[in-house]
Ligand binder design. Structure first.
Ligand SMILES: Nc1ncnc2c1ncn2[C@@H]1O[C@H](COP(=O)(O)OP(=O)(O)O)[C@@H](O)[C@H]1O
Ligand SMILES: O=C(O)C[C@@H](O)[C@H](O)C(=O)COP(=O)(O)O
Length: 328
């Protein structure tokens, strides 16, 4: 149990989309031939909140839900997962829940088909983000996708301002998804704006390239840039090659991915973030936190969903103790 439990405080509050994943129940088949899907709560920040709640953190969420059966399904699921949903507002303008259909062509070849026109989450307004709520958090987890459109963009920027005013750590999960962004320049402007104000930045090498609006960027260049602003810790993920954490005082840590029976590749990033942040809240060192993230990701890629599949602490610790790593 975390120290925030029962204190009216949150270890973390995530802001952004809470949506629906429809994951193909027929494996190794193209979407054109797939007839059945299982419904789960999805959306990167919702998945991170669910993963961290499952590990025992006290999590809150700020977002906007459609006023329909899907919106109510998401709210009920998140509430049952132990997440405080009082910061989730209901859309009154007929906007819909974002849907992500997943295709599992093979364990290596997965794709996501997004239905995100006029989605409720991107209509979160700044006046729906409240200082009293944010100041109860140890950290605010910002999802990059929530910056893609107004008014969600301004709502997130307000949340970041309030977090900084109240000494709440800002964690930026780059979570770049090509849909909804119009141009690479626009993406880069808003990613840089939030990354420069964040205490912890987490992303894949490709996502940092989007932030820098450059191809084939280097980790050194990324950390030099971010450490000249607010960042204290920068995590750069390289898929099955593992991940690195860099600190402002010059330390570098590396974690390898764990061998696992991969069912699908999505869900890795969200499970990684939730377990990494859990470990930091528990006061574990960065090297251990990277292992928690990698272990959690290797469990989730072996399972069907990205939210319901999130592991408990024992499963993660067992895996770290027993499972061999890849590419050591
Ligand atoms: N096939 C895999 N097998 C085991 N672990 C994996 C696999 N793919 C990713 N991971 C773990 O998940 C982490 C995040 O994956 P990555 O693909 O870099 O992020 P994202 O899912 O955000 O694109 C990696 O650092 C690694 O530890
Ligand atoms: O983030 C979404 O909108 C879709 C997710 O719910 C989906 O499960 C997914 O893509 C997770 O992948 P990850 O970001 O690599 O963890």
């Amino acid at each position: 149990m975390s120290s925030a439990a029962n204190s009216g405080k949150f270890d973390l509050i995530a802001i952004g989309r809470a949506c629906i994943d429809l994951n193909a129940t027929e494996y190794n088949r193209p979407m054109e031939e797939t007839m059945s899907f299982t419904k789960y709560v999805g959306g990167s920040p919702a998945n991170i909140a669910i993963g961290s709640a499952k590990l025992g953190l006290k999590a809150g969420f700020i977002g906007k839900l459609a006023d329909d059966q899907h919106g109510r399904f998401i709210r009920n699921y998140m509430e049952k997962a132990g997440i405080d949903v009082s910061g989730m507002v209901v859309d009154t303008e007929g906007h819909k829940t974002g849907l992500a259909f997943t295709e599992i062509k093979s364990p290596e070849e997965c794709s996501i088909l997004m239905y995100r026109d006029n989605v409720a989450d991107l209509y979160l307004r700044p006046d729906e983000v409240h200082e009293d709520y944010i100041k109860r958090a140890g950290m605010l987890i910002v999802s990059g996708t929530a910056l893609a459109q107004s008014p969600s963009r301004e709502a997130v920027l307000k949340a970041v301002q309030l977090a900084k005013k109240n000494a709440v750590k800002v964690v930026f999960e780059l979570d770049y998804r090509p849909y909804t962004w119009k141009t690479a320049e626009e993406t880069s402007v808003y990613y840089a704006l939030v990354a420069e104000q964040s205490d912890i930045v987490i992303g894949t090498r490709d996502e940092y390239d989007m932030m820098e609006n450059a191809e084939g960027g280097s980790n050194d260049r990324t950390i030099n840039y971010l450490f000249s602003h607010s960042a204290q810790t920068v995590v750069i993920k390289h898929g099955v090659e593992g991940s690195y954490a860099y600190t402002k005082d010059g330390q570098t840590f590396r974690a390898h991915a764990y061998k696992t029976n991969v069912l699908k590749t999505f869900g890795a990033g969200d499970s990684y973030a939730s377990a990494f942040l859990y470990a930091l809240v528990q006061g574990k060192d960065l090297e251990t936190a990277l292992k928690y993230g990698s272990a959690s990701a290797s469990i989730v890629v072996s399972r069907h969903s990205s939210s319901d599949a999130m592991p408990g602490v024992d499963e993660i610790e067992d895996l770290i103790a027993k499972q061999p790593v890849l590419h050591s």
